[in-house]
Design a protein around this ligand. Structure first.
Ligand code: UD1
Ligand code: PEP
Length: 418
């Protein structure tokens, strides 16, 4: 099985180009099902989850053309099937995002329940309740969400808790509902903003994305169009933490500093010098050891749960003790046991981890358990003495494009072995 081998000890230096955001491109690809003509999506990252999504769209009958290095054109006009099968959905939870578009466009959808994953149980009740508020009739039978709605109707709906995926599913469905929909307590993540921009480029009428109140005036049809995917803030943050941990200086290019406020504030608290330009972020640690940072994850604009594992890695080698509270997912500390194998000092008590910084980590074989846990192990490997070998890296390929090549370009001693 493929592994990543990291030799620790090199401060990272140089520039790295950020790819399109995984968590933006997946809903956007699903949204193309709403259109009645081809949609061209650019700045599409090379990720396993993107391949899974295009397979799912093809399974539904859509035409897929990969053009150039980073473009995908989806022709939804031939997408007449409405069943998203278990075999595809089980490998990627975001597949449930075809539910809203299928329902809005075809009046029916059957989507396999995605199931849980390593980081938590991850139910989809909020997606279902939101779509029901628009008039859908939904039942769960045989492991499938079965939904029908001859025509969705606009409604006022308040999400009981903030959910990125549920906001996306209901937003997509509402674009073609009859009348106006108002979504309260909507997620405010930059990926929601990017989805709304894409939908608007296809003719949707949406206001308020990026705030907790989104208003959608339903339209009869969405047309074809084009959309470039927003840069990946989590990939950006991961590289910036790598620079901070190694005492290096890197610039993330084609990034979006305005989507990273909480992460950049935490880096500054950790002792990094951070400099932002339009689409570039430079982090300079001047060879210093980072200071420990306290983190509490929260919906945007709070500190992102998808950066929690990386900051835990930073705290492992920082000066002082950092306290990490994970409030979004109930089981997102799977990286702790692996970091302990590298010599970290971490104590977990329910949703809280207390990380006492140690002078040095030492390389060891470790196992990736989920996407961001994998990233945290690479970061720890970059500063550990000797060699760290990371197993089960298929998790990484879901969400990081060529991470070992990008890190090598910054001077890291890292390679993939098959
Ligand atoms: C593809 C994608 O964009 N994934 C992101 C998305 O996941 P995802 O959209 O799955 O995450 P949500 O925002 O929905 O989850 C937030 C919380 O709500 C709960 N919940 C969610 C839906 C539901 O129907 N019922 C329910 O109880 C979840 O279990 C979790 O505790 O947002 C998460 C939170 O920022 C990120 O970590 C993921 O990287
Ligand atoms: C948890 C993540 O993704 P997903 O929701 O696709 O599992 C992530 O990107 O960190």
């Amino acid at each position: 099985m493929a592994r990543i081998i990291v030799q620790g000890g090199t401060p990272l230096q140089g520039e790295v180009t950020i790819s399109g955001a995984k968590n933006a491109v997946l809903p956007i690809l699903c949204a193309t099902l709403l259109a009645d003509a081809p949609v061209h999506v650019s700045n599409v990252p090379h990720l396993h989850d993107v391949v899974t999504t295009t397979r799912l769209l093809a399974e539904l009958g859509a035409g897929i053309v990969v053009d150039g290095d980073y473009g995908v054109t989806v022709d939804p006009t031939t997408a007449t099937r409405h069943v998203a099968p278990y075999e595809l959905v089980r490998t990627m939870r975001a597949s449930v995002l075809v539910l809203g578009p299928l329902l809005a466009r075809h009046g029916q959808a059957e989507v396999s329940l995605p199931g849980g994953c390593a980081i938590g149980s991850r139910p989809v009740d909020l997606h279902i309740r939101g779509l029901e508020a628009l008039g859908a009739r939904i039942s769960v039978e045989g492991g499938y969400i079965k939904a029908t709605a001859p025509r969705l109707r606009g409604a006022r709906h308040t999400f009981p808790i903030v959910s990125v995926g549920a906001t996306e599913n209901v937003l997509m469905a509402a674009t073609m509902a009859e009348g106006t929909t108002v979504l309260e307590n909507a997620a405010r993540e930059p990926e929601i903003v990017d989805l709304a921009r894409c939908l608007r480029a296809l003719g949707a009428r949406i206001h308020g994305e990026g705030t907790s109140r989104i208003e959608v005036e339903g339209v009869e049809r969405l047309h074809g169009g084009e959309h470039p995917v927003v840069p990946d803030r989590i990939e950006t943050g991961t590289f910036l933490v790598a620079a901070a941990m190694t005492g290096g200086r890197i610039t993330a290019c084609r990034a979006r500093p305005d989507t990273l406020d909480a992460v950049l504030a935490a880096l500054v608290e950790g002792g990094a010098e951070v400099h932002c330009e339009d689409d570039r972020i430079t982090v300079d640690m001047h060879g210093r050891r980072p200071r420990a940072v306290d983190i509490t994850t929260a919906p945007h604009p709070g500190f992102p749960t998808d950066m929690q594992a990386q900051f835990m890695a930073l705290n492992c080698i920082a000066e002082g003790t950092g306290i990490i509270n994970e409030t979004i997912f109930e089981n997102r500390f799977m990286h702790v046991n692996e970091l302990l194998r590298l010599g970290a000092d971490i104590r977990v008590d329910g949703p809280t981890a207390v990380v006492r910084g140690v002078e040095r980590l030492s390389g060891a074989p470790v196992m990736a358990t989920d996407l961001r846990a994998s990233a945290s192990l690479i970061l720890a490997g970059l500063v550990a003495e000797g060699e760290t070998s990371i197993d089960r890296i298929y998790h990484l390929d879901r969400g990081y494009e060529n991470i070992e090549e990008k890190l090598s370009g910054l001077g890291a001693k890292i390679r993939r072995v098959d």
